[in-house]
Write a protein that binds this ligand. Structure first.
Ligand code: SF4
Length: 449
């Protein structure tokens, strides 16, 4: 007789009873209450990790990470920190594609090692959960809860795998900071836990301070998290909201005032493959670690020439907020081109117009003899000066100008918009009245991109 209820197949009552009796007679799975660190280390290395350390979940030094571990896996008793070595010469390359490929490769390898480890531990009766090496994160979390599962750096330090250096990367005593980290949570205790190192591999050489294009690292101030987030993580989800806004606005000319074609391609690459770190030069230049330090100690000047200077001199856009310390740091390096995260291609204010001019200025196409163009706009006036292949914006002064551009259109920011077929097609430029040298305005527009 069928035992079916509400469309769910149940089989016959006899078959059901037989199955339930079988399940009740199954032996309780055996699981070890404790494993040896030596055995577990061997399993971790065999799974593909390059080094490993162990921390009990109740360790005070973990701070909030103990609670984070319990949130992810309530049965957790110990944290297993896995280390994966990255190709340091690839990370030192001025080719972002090369450096990012190295990180992504190590990330995949570490993810795979964690998955293999969990499978091997599962076969031994130990429940284990990998916590994601970096991304994705839990971006829709309740207020007050971190979006990351576990802060791996804190676990790594407690696991004796290094200390954070001036650059805020964990520096492994042997591999230096050329490592990625992953944490696996297990429901079993370990007979011996690791302890933090009693020294820091960081030399205090401050090469990382010199390398950071946004000045996020300082020996006298706190780490500038938002400067790092804005530039290095430009194409990661939490820093690309303005890109989504610009795309969603549906105005191609406005979009092209904010994003150059190469920036669009780079963003699409990050979306299609994996997000691209924009610098991480603080990691690239770090000479710390037994396997790394030799060339630095042998010849510091040569190390600086071969490792630091190519990155300092590499021409590239640097993403900052206007008025920030990061803007000042980026502007000090003539090889870098400052791009403004807070420029809004849809906002007609004098301040935003000035920001747009600076955002779009391309020194390579700037007139060698300089320019002074005044703008008279509905809500104020502005002077744009090009000198020594640099553009500055300031209030209008009493000195002569090459041209004065008057525009009373309320949406005058469209002067900066960049139609796909060239700026000359812009109707808004036609709404401007130019006095003085009419070619001066055209020459200014010609050096915006
Ligand atoms: S570059 Fe020098 S100061 Fe910076 S983290 Fe590495 S060793 Fe420390």
């Amino acid at each position: 007789m069928s035992n079916e209820t509400r469309g769910i197949f149940r089989g016959t009552a006899e078959a059901e009873a037989t199955r339930r009796a079988h399940e009740a007679a199954l032996p309780t799975p055996s699981r070890p209450d404790r494993v040896t660190a030596a055995w577990l280390r061997e399993v971790c290395l065999a799974a593909g990790a390059d080094d490993v350390g162990f921390v009990e979940v109740d360790r005070a030094g973990l701070g909030a990470e103990g609670d984070n571990a319990r949130r992810v896996f309530p049965a957790v008793r110990a944290l297993v920190c896995l280390v994966g070595i990255s190709n340091r010469d690839a990370i030192r390359s001025t080719s972002h594609a090369t450096a990012n490929n190295a990180w992504h490769h190590t990330g995949s390898r570490l993810d795979s090692a964690a998955a293999q480890l969990c499978a091997r531990l599962g076969a031994a009766g130990i429940r284990a959960v990998p916590t994601t090496m970096g991304f994705p994160m839990d971006v829709q979390v309740p207020p007050g809860q971190s979006s990351w599962a576990i802060a791996h750096k804190i676990v790594a330090v407690e696991a004796g795998l290094g200390h954070m250096g001036v650059n805020r990367n964990v520096i492994h005593p042997r591999f230096g900071n050329f490592v990625l980290l992953e944490t696996v949570l297990i429901d079993t205790e370990i007979d011996t836990y690791d302890q933090p190192l009693d020294y820091n591999p960081c030399l205090g050489c401050n090469l990382c301070v010199a390398a950071c294009p946004v000045g996020a690292i300082s020996t006298v101030a706190d780490f500038d998290f938002f400067a790092c987030l804005g530039h290095n993580y430009r194409e990661f989800p939490f820093s690309a909201v303005d890109w989504v806004d610009a795309v969603a606005a549906g105005d191609a000319s406005a979009y092209r005032a904010k994003f150059r074609d190469d920036e669009t391609l780079s963003m699409l690459q990050s979306l299609l493959f994996e997000p691209t770190y924009k610098s991480a030069y603080c990691m690239a230049v770090c000479p710390a670690g037994e396997d790394v330090i030799g060339p630095y100690l042998a010849d510091r000047a040569r190390y600086r020439d071969e490792v630091l200077l190519p990155l300092r001199r590499h021409p590239e856009p640097i993403y900052v907020r206007s008025g920030s310390q990061a803007e000042k740091a980026a502007a000090r390096n003539p090889a870098k081109r400052v791009r403004y995260l807070d420029f809004r291609p849809d906002v007609s204010t004098v301040a935003n117009f000035a920001l747009g001019l600076r955002h779009m200025f391309t020194p390579d196409t700037a007139p060698a003899d300089g320019l002074r163009v005044a703008f008279r706009l509905p809500d104020g006036a502005l002077l744009a000066t090009v000198a020594d292949r640099q553009l500055t914006t300031a209030p209008v002064d009493d000195l002569p100008v090459d041209a004065t551009v008057a525009c009373d259109a309320p949406d005058y920011i469209r002067i900066l918009h960049r139609p796909t077929t060239g700026r000359a097609a812009s109707v808004e430029v036609g709404q401007c009245t130019v006095t003085g040298d009419p070619t001066a305005f055209a020459r200014l527009l010609a050096c915006l991109d």
